[in-house]
Each structure stands twice: as structure tokens, then as C-alpha cells.
Design a protein around this ligand. Structure first.
Ligand code: SF4
Ligand code: SF4
Ligand code: SF4
Ligand code: FES
Length: 948
């Protein structure tokens, strides 16, 4: 581990693809740089750092502080080098006596209104003002410190993670510009003028009460300690850092994990991170305190029955017990009576090992992953149409999009760092189409308004996309040249004839979808004719009974309009969890080995059999819902669950609970005693992403390193625990480092052929396919031809879900998540993020609330055919009449008690997004919730004599 400081070149690089080059001389040194480069950056590129305060290379040049003055031959005065572009033949001097005097004068003014407490300041040693005062040689302030100043201004400590101290503020506007340019929230402004100028949040609110979303961009940009992390104040400035990858969402932001001694002090977004380009959101930036939370379980535990208290045991005993139980159960109930679930939160290497344990060690294919409940239709749909189970672009591609279509995704909450990049492009003029039942934030946000928001009824995605295709085909807007060259023409003709049928038109389907026909037509025309059209979608597409059909309908639309195979276009699933792409890539599905190769394929199977020295099962194994069904039927008896809380995250909680309760050995490997652990017999403490090496693969197919920052508190990385189990059942694994696991993946998986830790360290990241033909990876897919050859059009007939509204259940419930919390909340609920979302609320339209006598904040019961729960109401017009919405971050709510067993026809992905419900006034948590909580409390008991 070493200090990894980031050089600041002062202004941004020129973004033009092939800029003209300009030759100039700075301080006697000749150089050639792209036209448009600032003098400040040109100087920095050859090692000359011109003093600066308001400039930083993540923001547009601003030119306010006047510290960066230079002399230019033939020009009068002293121009600011940050705002002055280079010119051919220019001769610049950055260091003269006159400049030094001017700079000292500027700095004197700053310092005369700044507390003289450098030695005790929390940013001492990590402060640009301090550095620049030294750089300009300031030794004294002629004006004294007694005049008017800002030194007694009150601090704002409302944000849980950072403070704002106006006394330390030099009003350089970097924070304001970071919030505008990078984050796109526009929460800050400089209020007043002259001496009265000050930074304010929203309408002079506290940071916590303002529009601020706590992304940290302003803190990152601040050159002083005016905005500073509370963790730095508490622990001191960091002295070393290691680059690693966020363990929350599928954006895959990379961070400098900055340490002081053995303590993590802060996570600072890494400028060279190709997914985040130096930006972050509140989760990755600040919500890492769960790693040391007192709830973490650090010792293995076992119990013979879930009615008994847990008994803390040694690792040896826990591993031996696990191995013994799985072997006993297989001997008694047969080979197929056991299985495993891999985690989209764990590393690729750990996921690979769990599926290998099941296949090599237990001899069946009963392995599945939580992608089953989110993006399995993406895998199916994109493989069928394009030939690859993944998105087609990198995130940079959005900068070249002209029309952005967002379907069933809420990027500002779910994928906030990518949303900021999308918003940058929208502010530059790209057009936005949003297809979503809710008026999500992206529909109207500062300086952005969607050209079209199509608020469809939940469950009608396929009808809406077919109506859009109808307009494209019947109005002659399809890209015939692209389709003829790249796709199967006769399939296209069949598809075109289907979508052109009058009953598919916007007018014919308006009553069904709830989308006004004129709006839909306008949106379709815009997408087909507006230039580069890029489609981004989320779980609002996949978590339906027609999830796979919708993915294929999206692919059809992209192919028909020629929006595949170059930058600025494509079909882009916004993946939920940090490593959901990787979990799928690593062979977590019961029918596929790593790289999406079917288990029935003899050649692939033979390759794995040779490598693993066993005969492998050619029959696909059980999916998660099938494992639970088999458990209640008495044929499935043992489950190894790594890093998943299926009781809280999977649909129809009662069904999941019944399945788990019917098993004889449930092993949960996790950080905390999660809800699933209430039904477990073995608990193996897991490790956080800070405590192990490995890789995650983000939504762009980008493989990035996870690097160990601290020793695992539980003693082992998760990959080591799986290896212990494997060896206890008789295998002979001997991995000494996760890099060796990745080497095995690369040897067995053609799309990972050139992936190695050496390559990742050298290149920073790699997007698969990484093959001999593309050893450094593939940012954009399907450029010359589709991976499957010709693009495959699939007719996607709209088939309504069996989940129907009616007199008993007249409303449609749809679910989602919010920015500050993450999935079932196991991590974020154990951080200060709880300040923003202490409970799940039910969003309900004012009309529906009034009809039921519900006021904002009332307890309401939410009832479906599957179950009932109680939560408090939030009355809002974000949801349309007839639709209600909730998050599922809190176990007390148990939102998935409500969701049904209906699922995608192709992949069994649950239909979370459509549940018919009734809502009524209630007195508080239901009997079921109360008894569930009591049972959960009982099942968490640990024998006192075994506890420390
Ligand atoms: S808070 Fe920091 S970044 Fe913002 S104006 Fe003040 S000194 Fe500049
Ligand atoms: S934390 Fe982010 S959203 Fe909040 S004020 Fe700073 S830049 Fe804006
Ligand atoms: S956007 Fe996702 S990956 Fe990036 S910091 Fe936030 S949670 Fe982490
Ligand atoms: S750094 Fe150029 S004016 Fe501030």
C-alpha cells in the first residue's frame, strides 16, 4: 500500500477526438499540446505547477482567484493561465519577480480573512490554500487580522458525513461548480456579492435540509477545510491509499481507500476510474461504516435447530459440521438434494468458487444467484437477439447520445454516478424520453426536462414498446440499410408485419397502457429520427412476467432504428448490485458455466471435467424458486447461501420461509445475522470488500480490482472460507491468492482469455470480451457484426400478467429503491445514511389517498393476494392514480410479503413490479409483523457462555 496522490493539472483535457496541435514555449521549454489546452495545463504537463486556487482539472476554468497570472510576450497585463488557451508560437513566463509579487499580494488578501490555525486545522498537510501560500512565498500579511472578516461564522454540521465551516471558505466557487457540473444537483450557490459573498445551500438551508444529495463532489473539490469529511476531523489526514472498487451498485465506481495507520479515513473517488471519472454517490463515498459495525458477526456459529440459540464455535468445527451435514444429506436424500446460491455482492473469484463447489464437489448444477430476481431476463433477451448476455456500451458512450430513452429505471436513485453523466449530456442538449409509471426525478431536474414522459400502467411494457415499433415501421422510420446489412432480413419482415398490425398502434393500445397515443407517437419519432439513440433500462423492464420479452422488444427497437454497434447508441441494462454482471459471467446459473455456455454442451463440459478431474452433470440444476419448491416437497434439504438475504429480497416471503424451514441444513455466509439467517443452522461470518482481494464486473462489463485495505475481522476472506468447505468435503483446492482463481477463470472462459491481475493492474480495468483479438477488452460490442452473426428479431406479443386488479385489489403496487439505501439495507441501515430514509413509506396519489381517508404519514395496511404488511403513507403525485409504490430497504416492512409468485416466463425472474393490492387505514404494524419480529429476535439468541 502506498500513497496514491492525484496530480491536478488545473484544467480539463481537450475533449475533441482529433484536435489540431499547437506549439508554444513556456519558461524556455518548447512543447506541443492540443489546441484549446489552457496555459496552466500545458505548463503542468511539462512539470510546472502554476499557483492556483479556483482551478482544478475536474471543473471548467473559472478565473476568479487571480493567483495563476502569467506573462505572455506581446500581450499587455497578466492573463490568468487557467482561462487562457495556448496559441501557436506563444511565449509564456510563469515565474518572474513581478508575478511572484502579484501572487503574494493576492494570497495576502485571502490569508488576512482566514483563521491562522493551520497547525491545529483538520486539513493540515492536505490543504491547497496552505500549499499555495507556501508556493508563492507568503511570509507575512501586511494588513493585520483585525479588520472585517468571516472568522466567527457558524459551522453547518447538519450533514452526517461532512461539515461546512464558512470561516475557512475562500469563496472560490469550486463547490458550487462541482455540484452543478459534476453532480448536476445545483444545490449550492454563492449568495450576495463582494465581501458579503458566501456559499449557501438551496434557499439558505442547512446542508441536510437542502437539495443536497450528499454525493461529496463539493467536499472533493474544496481546496481548504471549509468542506471536509467528519471522518478526517475525527481520525486525522490519511497517509496512504489503495485503489479499490465500490461494493454497492453496478456503476462500479473506483475509490482511493485512504488510510491512517490501520484505520480507513475516507473513500475518495478516483479520477482515473473509467466508470466514475472521479465522481461518487453518498453510498460509496460515505456509507462504509458498516464494515466496523457492532452487529457484525465475527465468529462462526452453529445450531441443530432454528429454535435453539446459536452456539459460537471454532472455524474448524463450523467447517467440519457444514461438510458433514452436506455429505450426510446427499447420502440420505440423493445427489440433487443440496445446492448453493452465489452472491452478486461478492467478488468474481468467490462466485466462481461457490459454483465450482456445487458442480465439482456436490456433482449437480443446483446453483443460482440473486440475478435470478433482477436481471436474468437481460441475459436471456440479449443473448437471444444479439448473442451476448450483457449491455453493448461503456458509460462514456452516453456523451455521444442524441436521444436517451430511459425505461423502467430510476438512475438518479439507483445508479447516481452514471445519472450525473447522463445529466451532463442532457444539459448539453440531448433529448430525453422516460418510460416509467412514476414521475422519477430524471423527468424534471435542474436544467433538464424530459421531451416525453410516458407514464405507462405497470405491466404494459411490451405493449408500449410494440406501439413505438409500430410507429417506426408504419411511418417508414426504420433504418433499412442497417437491418439489411446486419440483421436477418426475413425475421425483420415477420417482426415488422407483426408490429404494423392495427391493433398494435398507439391509438389501439392507449386504453390498455394509459399512455396518450399522441405522446407515444412523438416519442417514437424522436427516437427514430433524433440521431444517436441510446436505451438505458432497469428492473422496471426485467421484473415482470414478460421481462425477457421486454428486453427483446428493446433489442428489436434498437436494431430496427440502427442504434447498435457504435458510440452513443446501444442497449444498456443498468445493473443493480456491484457484481451482478460478474455473478452471471462466472457461471452462477444452473444451466450455464462461466461465459454463458450451456451445461449440456459436451465440448464445454469436457473442458471443465479435464480441469476439475470429475464427471459433471449435463442436466441443468434447480433455480432458486425451484429449490424452495423442492424443499417444501421434501426433496431438497441443504442450501449454502453466500452473501444473499433471500428471505428479504425474494418474492413471496411466506413461500421462502416455508422452503427454508423445510431444509435440514441452511448455511448462511454473511456479514450480519440477516433475515435468512433466522432459518439457518450454520452461520459463517463474511468479510467486507475492504478485507479481501478480488474483482467486480460492473454494468459495462468492466472488470475492476478490489484490493485488500485491511485484514479481515473474521479471519478469512470469503474465498478462503469456500476453499475450507471445499477441502473439508474432500476436494484439493490450493489457491493461495484470488489472482490464481482468476487465472483459472481465464483459462476456462474464452471471453476472459486475457484477463489477469497483471493486466488489470496495468490497464486499470478491462471490459470483456477480452480475447486474443481484443486483448485490452471491448468497450463497444457488435461493431461490425453481432456476436451471434445476424441480429435476431423476435416477435414479442403482449400477454397480460395473470396478476389482475379487481374490486378486492384495485391498485397496482410497484417497488424500487432510493439513493441513500441499498437493497435490503443490511449495509446502509448500519450507517448514517439512515438519516435520509429511516423507514419504507408507501407512495400513494392524492386521489387514491382521499378516497380512503388517508392523510400523509398515516399508518396504512397494504394487502395483496400473497400477504399483508403495514407501513406509513406518503401522499405524492409522483405516482399516477391507481398506482402505489414502496421501497424494500427495511426488514420491519417486509414489502416482499406482498409480492406474488408470478415470474418471467423465460427465467423465473419475479414479477416485483406488478402486484394488485388494496390500501386501507391501519393502527400500526400488523400482527404478522410483530410476531415475525419476535421470532427473529428469538432466532438471534447466542448462548451466553459461548459469547465473549
Ligand atoms: S466551501 Fe470550499 S470550495 Fe466552496 S467556495 Fe468555499 S473554499 Fe471554495
Ligand atoms: S454533496 Fe453533492 S449534492 Fe451536496 S452540495 Fe455537495 S456537490 Fe451538491
Ligand atoms: S454510484 Fe454505485 S458504485 Fe458509484 S459510489 Fe454510488 S453506489 Fe458506489
Ligand atoms: S486558478 Fe486561475 S484564476 Fe484561479
Amino acid at each position: 500500500m502506498a500513497w496514491i496522490g492525484e496530480r491536478d493539472l488545473g484544467t480539463k483535457a481537450v475533449s475533441a477526438a482529433a484536435p489540431a496541435m499547437v506549439t508554444l514555449r513556456i519558461d524556455g521549454q518548447d512543447m506541443t499540446v492540443p489546441e484549446g489546452t489552457s496555459i496552466m495545463r500545458a505548463a503542468a504537463l511539462v512539470g510546472t505547477d502554476i499557483p492556483k486556487l479556483c482551478a482544478t482539472d475536474t471543473l471548467e476554468a473559472f478565473g476568479s482567484c487571480r493567483l495563476c497570472l502569467v506573462e505572455i510576450d506581446g500581450r499587455n497585463g497578466y492573463p490568468a493561465s487557467c482561462t487562457t488557451p495556448v496559441a501557436d508560437g506563444m511565449v509564456v513566463r510563469t515565474q518572474t519577480d513581478r508575478l511572484a509579487k502579484l501572487r503574494r499580494g493576492v494570497m495576502e488578501l485571502y490569508i488576512s480573512d482566514h483563521p491562522l490555525d493551520c497547525l491545529t486545522c483538520s486539513a493540515n498537510g492536505d490543504c491547497e490554500l496552505q500549499d499555495q501560500a507556501g508556493a508563492v512565498g507568503l511570509r507575512d500579511v501586511r494588513y493585520g487580522y483585525e479588520g472585517l472578516n468571516h472568522l466567527v461564522a457558524d459551522k453547518d454540521e447538519s450533514n452526517p458525513y461532512f461539515t461546512f465551516d464558512p470561516a475557512k471558505c475562500i469563496v472560490c466557487s469550486r463547490c458550487v461548480r462541482a455540484c452543478d457540473e459534476i453532480q448536476g444537483t445545483f444545490a449550492l450557490t454563492i449568495d450576495g456579492s463582494g465581501f458579503g459573498s458566501k456559499v449557501v445551500a438551496s434557499q439558505n438551508d442547512s446542508f441536510l435540509d437542502s437539495d443536497c444529495v450528499s454525493c461529496g463532489a463539493c467536499v472533493q473539490a474544496c481546496p481548504t477545510s471549509a468542506l471536509i469529511e467528519k471522518s478526517v476531523i475525527e481520525k486525522g489526514t490519511p497517509d496512504k491509499a489503495v485503489i479499490t472498487t465500490c461494493a454497492y451498485c453496478g456503476v462500479g465506481c473506483t475509490f482511493r481507500a485512504e488510510m491512517r495507520g490501520e484505520q480507513l479515513v475516507r473513500m475518495a473517488p478516483w479520477k482515473d476510474g473509467k466508470a466514475n471519472r472521479g465522481h461518487s454517490c453518498v453510498k460509496g463515498r460515505f456509507a462504509w461504516g458498516y464494515a466496523n459495525h457492532r452487529d457484525r458477526i465475527l465468529k462462526p456459529m452453529i445450531r441443530a435447530s432454528v429454535e435453539e440459540p446459536w452456539r459460537e464455535v471454532s472455524w474448524d468445527e463450523a467447517i467440519a459440521y457444514t461438510a458433514g451435514e452436506f455429505r450426510r444429506i446427499q447420502a440420505k436424500y440423493g445427489k440433487d438434494s443440496v445446492g448453493g446460491i452465489t452472491s452478486s455482492r461478492c467478488t468474481n473469484e468467490e462466485t466462481f468458487l461457490v459454483q465450482k463447489l456445487i458442480r465439482q464437489g456436490f456433482g449437480n448444477n443446483n446453483v443460482d444467484t440473486c440475478a435470478r430476481v433482477c436481471h436474468s431476463p437481460t441475459g436471456y433477451g440479449l443473448k437471444t437477439t444479439f448473442g451476448t448476455s450483457a449491455g453493448t456500451q461503456d458509460f462514456d458512450s452516453v456523451a455521444y447520445a442524441d436521444v436517451i430513452m430511459v425505461i423502467g429505471a430510476n438512475p438518479t436513485d439507483g445508479h447516481p454516478v452514471f445519472a450525473s453523466r447522463m445529466k451532463q449530456r442532457l444539459r448539453e442538449g440531448a433529448k430525453l424520453i422516460v418510460i416509467d409509471p412514476r414521475r422519477t426525478d430524471i423527468v424534471r431536474t435542474p436544467h433538464i426536462a424530459a421531451a416525453h414522459h410516458l407514464p405507462l400502467r405497470p405491466g404494459t411494457n411490451v405493449a408500449v414498446l410494440t406501439a413505438i415499433a409500430h410507429v417506426v415501421v408504419t411511418e417508414g422510420l426504420a433504418d433499412e440499410a442497417f437491418v439489411r446489412e446486419r440483421c436477418d432480413w426475413s425475421e425483420f419482415e415477420d417482426w415488422a408485419a407483426f408490429v404494423a398490425q392495427p391493433q398494435r398502434s398507439p391509438e389501439a393500445t392507449e386504453a390498455l397502457t394509459g399512455v396518450p397515443a399522441a405522446d407515444l407517437r412523438a416519442a417514437a419519432r424522436l427516437f427514430a429520427t433524433g440521431g444517436n439513440g441510446a436505451i438505458y433500462y432497469g428492473l422496471g423492464v426485467t421484473e415482470h412476467s414478460q421481462g425477457s420479452s421486454t428486453v427483446m422488444a428493446i433489442a428489436n427497437l434498437a436494431m430496427a432504428t440502427g442504434n447498435i454497434g457504435r458510440e452513443g447508441v446501444g442497449v444498456n441494462p443498468l445493473r443493480g448490485q456491484n457484481n451482478v454482471q460478474g455473478a452471471c459471467d462466472m457461471g452462477s446459473f444452473p444451466h450455464e458455466y462461466s461465459g454463458y455456455r450451456h451445461v449440456s454442451d459436451p465440448a464445454t463440459r469436457a473442458m471443465f471435467e479435464r480441469a476439475w478431474g470429475v464427471t459433471l452433470d449435463a442436466e441443468p440444476g434447480l433455480r432458486i424458486p425451484n429449490m424452495l419448491d423442492a424443499a417444501t416437497d421434501g426433496t431438497f434439504k441443504a442450501l449454502f447461501i453466500q452473501g444473499e438475504d433471500i428471505l428479504q429480497s425474494d418474492p413471496n416471503t411466506h413461500h421462502v420461509a416455508a422452503g427454508l424451514a423445510a431444509m435440514e441444513c441452511v448455511v448462511v455466509q454473511d456479514l450480519f445475522l440477516n433475515e435468512t439467517a433466522n432459518y439457518a443452522h450454520v452461520f459463517l461470518p463474511g468479510s467486507t470488500f475492504l478485507e479481501k482481494d478480488g474483482t467486480f464486473t460492473n454494468a459495462e462489463r468492466r472488470i475492476q480490482r478490489v484490493r485488500k485495505v485491511m485484514e479481515p475481522l473474521n479471519g478469512y476472506g470469503d474465498w478462503e472460507i469456500v476453499q475450507l468447505v471445499a477441502n473439508a468435503i474432500g476436494l484439493d483446492w490450493s489457491y493461495s491468492h484470488p489472482s490464481e482463481i482468476m487465472d483459472e477463470v481465464a483459462a476456462l472462459t474464452p471471453t476472459f482469455a486475457t484477463v489477469s491481475y497483471d493486466a488489470l493492474d496495468r490497464l486499470g480495468s478491462l471490459q470483456w470480451p477480452a480475447t486474443e483479438a481484443a486483448p485490452e477488452g471491448t468497450p463497444t460490442m457488435h461493431i461490425d457484426q453481432f456476436v451471434r452473426g445476424k441480429g435476431h428479431f423476435v416477435v414479442t406479443d403482449y400477454i397480460p400478467t395473470d396478476e389482475k386488479t379487481g374490486p378486492r385489489f384495485p391498485l397496482l403496487l410497484t417497488t424500487g429503491r432510493i439513493l441513500s439505501q441499498y437493497n435490503v439495507g443490511a449495509q446502509t441501515r448500519r450507517t448514517d445514511n439512515i438519516a435520509w430514509h429511516p423507514e419504507d413509506r408507501l407512495e400513494i396519489h392524492p386521489h387514491d389517498a382521499e378516497n380512503r381517508g388517508i392523510r400523509d404519514g398515516d399508518w396504512v395496511s397494504l394487502r395483496s393476494r400473497a400477504g399483508e404488511t403495514t407501513l406509513r403513507a406518503l401522499i405524492t403525485e409522483r405516482v399516477a392514480p391507481g398506482v402505489v409504490y414502496t421501497t424494500f430497504h427495511h426488514p420491519a416492512t417486509q414489502a416482499n410479503v406482498i409480492t406474488t409468485d408470478y415470474s418471467d416466463w423465460a427465467t423465473n425472474c419475479p414479477e416485483y413490479k406488478v402486484t394488485a393490492v388494496q390500501v386501507a387505514i391501519s393502527n400500526g404494524p400488523s400482527d404478522w409483523q410483530q410476531s415475525y419480529q419476535a421470532q427473529a429476535e428469538r432466532s438471534r439468541r447466542v448462548l451466553p457462555e459461548a459469547a465473549e
